[in-house]
Design a protein around this ligand. Structure first.
Ligand code: FPP
Length: 285
């Protein structure tokens, strides 16, 4: 099992990336919108499929680096519900690539102590992908290192709609009352939690290839995630790009709707207004 390099001496270590930054924080959950495979290929006069192929290799490197840095959960947007709208040939290529990746990746995941997980409407994926996914999930389930979660046939709106359906069914069955429904109820019925696994919100969402949008990715969970967009296309994404995103995250100050420098402990002023002890006047989003 690869050991993290000794911190302090290694210029690429987690400690070096985050120390002396205002926030000094490390993103335990990193989620990535892997975009730009097609543009990468087209700019080289290659088929789009070549971009996806190289993209799959980059997934492997990225998992290794995230693992080395000590990221706890890495979620990769590998196939969205909207991706079915692509030409049939591209969709079936992506499915075959995914199946092959899963078939071949088990030793690498085991070597890196990675646990494989997934979110999305998995039941609608081709049988070959489903069976490989199930096999590798089972094989890696006792590992204790990085959790790698593949978002497959995933859509944030679909996830919330599916959760609403499950909650409505429970109300109908009488196991839940309308009054009991709160944010935690919704969270507990999202894909990962519904499968009995805690799925902490992403701290950092990285998007490659420059577009400034979430594209239906983790809409519930990414409410307060820090966004990091790089112009680098996914096939060109290297460990140093991941480290740059982590270092940038360490420079950000997260306020979760509070105020800059907030202690998080509200106190009440004489006029009844709830104030925080360290009001700075900066914006609250
Ligand atoms: C976006 O590029 C990427 C995808 C739709 C699929 C992501 C798939 C991979 C990275 C490879 C396989 C993944 C695994 C986990 C083995 P795009 O085609 O939308 O690029 P474009 O916007 O430039 O056209």
């Amino acid at each position: 099992m690869p050991q993290p390099r000794k911190e302090g001496r290694d210029p690429d270590s987690r400690a070096t990336l985050t120390s002396n930054q205002p926030n000094n924080a490390f993103p335990n959950h990193v989620a990535i919108i892997m975009d730009g495979n097609g543009r990468w290929a087209q700019s080289r006069h290659l088929l789009r499929s070549r971009g996806h192929q190289v993209g799959a290799k980059v997934v492997k490197e990225c998992v290794e680096e995230a693992s080395r840095l000590g990221v706890k959960l890495l979620t990769l947007y590998a196939f969205s519900i909207e991706n079915w709208k692509r030409p049939k040939t591209e969709v079936s290529f992506l499915m075959r690539l995914l199946e092959r990746f899963l078939a071949q990746e088990e030793p690498h995941l085991m070597k890196n102590n990675v646990v494989l997980e997934s979110i999305g409407r998995i039941e609608a994926l081709p049988a070959g992908v489903r069976s490989q996914l199930q096999r590798v999930k089972e094989a890696t389930s006792s590992n204790t290192g990085l959790r790698l979660c593949l978002a497959l046939n995933y859509g944030g709106r679909a996830e919330i709609a599916d959760a609403a359906k499950k909650i409505a069914q429970r109300v109908k069955d009488g196991t839940l009352s309308v009054e009991q429904i709160d944010e935690d109820t919704v969270r507990q019925h999202l894909y990962a939690d519904a499968h009995g696994r805690q799925y902490p919100d992403p701290d950092l969402v990285i998007r490659t290839a420059g577009e400034m949008r979430l594209s239906n990715f983790l809409l519930w969970q990414a409410s307060y995630a820090e966004l990091y967009v790089t112009d680098v296309c996914w096939p060109d994404f290297r460990p140093e790009h991941l480290r740059a995103a982590v270092a940038e995250y360490a420079r950000r100050e997260r306020k979760f709707g509070g105020l800059k420098g907030s202690t998080g402990v509200p106190h009440q002023s004489s006029d009844g207004l709830v104030l925080d002890s360290a009001v700075s006047g900066s914006d609250t989003h």
